[in-house]
Design a protein around this ligand. Structure first.
Ligand code: URP
Ligand code: ZN
Ligand code: ZN
Length: 572
């Protein structure tokens, strides 16, 4: 079966195809400019001032607002069968909620059953996704077993179906052993793909679960107790060691603890090509919730790896993002209702694992990161959009506001606030781990492929409007790090003769790579709360210091330098 081809309905081809966004502050990972943006047929056609545009164009005034690349959430699990339950946010409701929160692309995970053909599982996911998505989506493929057929089908997925990343598990009953991990990483490396790892030591967890249940610890607090952070850190280290043997680039999903973050940093310093993602849940919540007296509340926070009891963990992980030790934020949105969580009422190991986050990720990270003064809007864009686009090889089509890029844009009002609640969110799930949190930063307009899907705060999505986006292998960012500084989207001017295939085109200039530099680490704490001036970030509040020894060792995996015209810790 070949990849299904999506037809764009006529009414969507013509509707609202010309748009001008005026007077906003356009934020990219490296710069903030005061440019107007002209959009036609879903693509950014012009960027600059005093643009000449056709009559009949709709104009949106973004004065006093930031204009951001739409968020990319590289980690969701919509309608996934897992631990005897099916996650309740499907591709429609999940992407609708994503758009409501300012995310314009998600990357979900094909989860084949153990022993199932990974190609068949991929086709099933395409079928589910294509008909329902309200925004663009891509697919990673999980490998829940290993054999020659899997190896052959990985090649087909990479060569024919636009898949460039495979997730393996070091926990759960479909975890792979070290020798299998070695083979997967070797195969990824040969294909130009990226290996993703769920890093936890499943054998140790199984023994801990037995011991805790035998002692009568059956409630959600046992979940975290059975998976302490050293068990996460050991697996991060092991995955990095194995990947390095075969020179396979590695992406650690959901880094949830200080120890795991430090294990990743150390592996990077030893020359491992490793990238790190943390979750919005980990940045805004902690393990104290597992001891809450209400089962819905405590079980509602159960995910793996778990939230950590150390209350300084969220700040630590945020600092790792500010320092570029971690590069990406995801939601790992995998939602189960109260009735499903109750499957583990008498045994924490049976609580379906997963939490919400796809809708609230952007606002919560803005609140914790920008509003609190730890990162600037440029770094916000890098960790919520650009870095994922680069790592999964869809940049500069996605992840930036540039001529030729898809018109996935958010007009963000940093002065407005909203209070998060399960009673008002757009997700299917009956619980929200961020309940009651007040966030600055509201997406007033969300433009998906040139269509206004949040219009002055009103959500107007169209089921099936999104497309499947292929993620080609050999991402230059991952496989050719020496050229990172030379990846350049078109930042100004017009693009009258735009052709769709030009979106992937990247200009590579013949420039020498400068010595890597690091973001400033000694900016004083602001006296008032609120977004820091662009280009400044504050890690003074940090409870730890990682700035001294980050220096040149990191260059083996990531080159960091200040771009012309702006200072940011994004990849340049
Ligand atoms: O608890 C989690 N994270 N649920 C989703 C599955 C996974 O491991 O990502
Ligand atoms: Zn996982
Ligand atoms: Zn996940």
């Amino acid at each position: 079966m070949s990849t299904p081809v999506k037809k764009v309905p006529i009414h969507l081809q013509s509707a609202q195809n010309r748009l001008l966004i005026k007077h906003g502050k356009v934020v990219n990972e490296d710069d903030i400019t005061e440019d107007d943006i002209y959009i036609e047929d879903g693509v950014i056609k012009q960027l600059g001032r005093n643009l000449i545009i056709p009559g009949g164009t709709r104009v949106i005034d973004a004065r006093g607002k930031y204009v951001l690349p739409g968020g990319i959430d590289p980690h969701t699990h919509f309608e996934m069968e897992f631990m005897g339950a099916k996650s309740v946010d499907d591709f429609y409701q999940g992407t609708k909620a994503a758009v409501a929160g300012g995310t314009t692309m998600i990357i979900d995970f094909v989860m084949p059953k153990k022993g199932e053909s990974i190609l068949d599982a991929f086709y099933e996911y395409r079928q589910k996704g294509d008909d329902k998505v309200c925004c663009d989506y891509g697919l990673h493929v999980a490998l829940t077993h290993w054999n020659e057929q899997v190896r052959r089908e990985m090649e087909v997925l990479c060569k024919e179906h636009g898949v460039n990343s495979f997730k393996v598990f070091m926990a759960y009953n479909f975890m792979l052993n070290d020798s299998e991990l070695y083979s997967v990483f070797e195969t990824c490396q040969k294909l130009g793909a990226l290996a993703q790892v769920h890093a936890e030591n499943g054998s140790i967890i199984a023994k801990n679960v037995e011991r805790l249940l035998a002692k009568g610890i059956t409630g959600p607090e046992g979940h975290e107790m059975s998976r302490p952070e050293e068990v996460e850190a050991e697996a991060v280290n092991r995955a990095c060691v194995i990947a390095k043997q075969v020179d396979c680039p590695l992406y650690i999903v959901h880094v949830m603890s200080k120890s795991a973050g430090l294990a990743l940093k150390q592996a990077c310093e030893r020359g491992t090509r490793v990238y790190g993602e943390t979750l919005v849940a980990a940045l805004a919540s902690d393990g104290s919730h597992y001891r809450h007296e209400c089962f819905q509340h405590s079980a509602g926070h159960v995910l793996s790896p778990p939230l950590r009891p150390d209350p300084t963990t969220p700040q630590f992980l945020l600092n790792l993002l500010a320092q570029d030790v971690l590069q990406v934020t995801g939601s790992d949105n995998c939602t189960f209702n109260k009735s499903q969580k109750e499957m583990g009422k008498n045994d924490f190991s049976k609580i379906p694992n997963g939490v919400n986050g796809v809708e609230d990720r952007m606002s919560v990270i803005w609140e914790k990161g920008v509003q609190s003064g730890v990162i600037d809007p440029c770094r916000f864009v890098a960790i919520t959009s650009t870095n994922a686009a680069k790592i999964f090889n869809i940049y500069p089509r996605k992840g930036c506001i540039a001529v030729g890029s898809d018109a996935d844009i958010v007009i963000w009002d940093p002065t407005k606030t909203r209070t998060i609640s399960a009673s008002t969110h757009h997700q299917a799930v009956d619980f929200n781990i961020f309940e009651g949190m007040v966030c600055h930063g509201v997406p007033e307009y969300v433009i998906v492929n040139g269509r206004v899907c949040v219009d002055d705060g009103q959500l107007r999505v169209v089921q099936g409007h999104g497309r499947f986006v292929e993620t080609p292998v050999y991402a230059p960012f991952v496989y050719d790090p020496d050229k990172i500084g030379d990846l350049k989207p078109v930042r100004n001017g017009t693009h009258d003769d735009y052709l769709p295939e030009q979106v992937h085109k990247i200009t590579i200039e013949d420039k020498a790579c400068p010595t890597p530099t690091l973001p400033d680490s000694a900016v004083s704490t602001p006296s008032v709360r609120g977004p820091r001036p662009e280009g400044q970030r504050n890690i003074q509040d940090s409870t730890f210091s990682i700035s001294e020894d980050l220096d040149v060792d990191r260059k083996s995996c990531i080159r960091v330098r200040n771009p012309p015209g702006g200072k940011s810790s994004g990849f340049w």
